[in-house]
Design a protein around this ligand. Structure first.
Ligand SMILES: [Zn+2]
Length: 90
């Protein structure tokens, strides 16, 4: 077990000690406790889900419009587009 000098009182204490047993100073120098908050920038936006749903609706609408059900297809494209736009700005 290695000993280090307390930064406050200079007394030899265990390097594994959380704080100095002599003066109570917290030991911060030995192991830089980097919390490392893995920047959650790209994690599941709620809007991304709606974008996906809107995109699927548009694709299904286009397919239906081409498969002789033009009215329903156009309706699906319109609804899908609205959902997609909502998802964009969510
Ligand atoms: Zn100390």
């Amino acid at each position: 077990m290695a000993l280090i000098s307390c930064t406050e009182c200079g007394k030899k204490i265990s390097e594994k000690a959380v704080s100095c047993p002599n003066c109570g100073a917290p030991m911060s120098g030995n192991s830089s406790v980097s919390l490392n908050p893995q920047s959650h920038t790209n994690v599941t936006r709620t809007g991304a889900k709606w974008e996906g749903i809107g995109f699927v609706l548009i694709v299904v609408g286009i397919i239906m419009a081409m498969a002789s059900q033009f009215g329903i297809g156009c309706l699906l494209i319109a609804v899908g587009f609205i959902v997609f736009i909502i998802g964009r700005f969510k």
